[in-house]
Design a protein around this ligand. Structure first.
Ligand code: IPM
Ligand code: MG
Length: 364
């Protein structure tokens, strides 16, 4: 197949991990006879330095026409003093919102070879296989008003947590559909004992659940969920939640996998006219890690596994996606690991790990 993929490497370690994901995609293309055409665009602090904005409108247009989008990471201390609306993160938020990428899928699995990399007891990690479905274009991230002002007694600020019923319904439906293809168990996370938006969320979940009688579900409060995610992580299958809770819980969940550098994500929008698969933005859940940028220390696995999600979800290449995932798992099991996963001994560099994964790709 021929596919046009936009690469947004971004800031910090972004370009390094993107280079390794590209290496792996090149290996896939060679083996299966595909043609992946890459176009590079700037996002985040790098775009701000070059263009004066963290994401240009014309570049969003290019993204909207692509078959799939890959992102490295955005942000860094260099841009800490920048005004709120020009911050590097704004570029990513603009892309998510403009392309209506409302569904953020963050799978969390634990490789037995990495039980020792997690601070949790191996017994707790057995059988962990969670799919977090995070709402990505609503809630506190985008609600208005969102501003600061001065009052007589000092400064004040407000952010708005707003959800509309249709926004909740589409993400919750997707979570139940995903659960149907898995262990058929949805946990919906909210704070319904305090928040109005959560009470609405809960009632929409109940009504969607009635459409899926074959799927079991439960409600959980976000505070107790934060505890249960590390005390009984194997008890969860699909977890669906609003934007900010999902942001926080997925960083927490990465502790299960052994390193935040391992976790991939897909941000999906609606299916576009004339196509059968949704546009997606594929990115690792880790940040730009400015402290290790340019040193070959970053773990490329999260980005490479994101590329696998892209092959499956936006390009429909299931066999190729499975081959990439297997190559990542085998490489780690064989002991080729970056510093985040290899506290003792000589760690592999970003490039060495990428090369080992690319070399391990094989047709089944
Ligand atoms: C994430 C990140 C982003 C978010 C930031 C960079 C805006 O933390 O993708 O989890 O908060 O959504
Ligand atoms: Mg986050």
């Amino acid at each position: 197949m021929h596919a046009k993929i936009v690469r947004l490497a971004g800031d910090g370690v972004g370009p390094e991990v993107m280079a390794e994901a590209t290496r792996v995609l090149d290996a896939v293309a060679a083996l299966w006879g595909h043609e992946f055409e890459f176009e590079d665009l700037l996002i985040g602090g790098t775009a701000l330095d070059a263009w004066g904005v963290p994401m240009r409108d014309e570049d969003v247009e290019v993204c909207a026409r692509a078959d799939a989008l890959m992102l490295g990471a955005v942000g860094g201390p260099k841009w800490d003093g920048v005004e709120q609306m020009l911050r590097p993160e704004r570029g990513l938020l603009k892309l998510r919102k403009s392309l209506r990428l409302y569904a953020n899928l963050r799978p969390v699995t634990v490789l037995p070879a990495l039980y020792d990399a997690s601070p949790l007891k191996p017994k707790l990690l057995e059988g962990v296989d969670v799919m977090v479905v995070r709402e990505l274009t609503g809630g506190l991230y985008f609600g208005r008003p969102s501003r600061q002002w001065k009052e007589y007694r000092g400064r004040a600020a407000v952010d708005t947590l707003i959800y509309r019923e249709h926004e909740i319904r589409r993400i919750v439906r997707l979570a139940f559909e995903i659960a149907r293809g898995r262990r058929k168990f949805v946990t919906s996370v909210d704070k319904a004992n305090v928040l109005q938006s959560s009470r609405l969320w809960r009632s929409v979940v109940d009504s969607v659940a009635a459409e899926f009688p074959d799927v079991n579900y439960q409600h959980a409060l976000v505070d107790s969920m934060a505890m249960h995610l590390v005390t009984k992580p194997a008890a969860f299958d699909v977890v669906v939640t609003e934007n900010m809770f999902g942001d926080i819980l997925t960083d927490e969940a990465s502790v299960l996998a052994g390193s935040i550098g391992l976790l991939p994500s897909a941000s999906l929008g609606p299916v576009r006219r004339g196509r059968s698969l949704p546009l997606g933005l594929y990115e690792p859940i880790h940040g730009s890690a400015p402290d290790i940028a340019g040193q070959g220390k970053a773990n490329p696995a999260g980005t490479i596994l994101s590329a696998a999600m892209m092959l499956r979800l936006s390009l429909g290449l299931d066999e190729e996606a499975a081959a990439v995932e297997k190559a990542v798992h085998d490489t780690i099991a064989q002991g080729c690991r970056t510093a985040d996963l290899a506290p003792a001994g000589a760690p592999a560099t970003t490039q060495e790990m990428g090369e080992a994964i690319a070399a391990g790709i094989a047709r089944s």
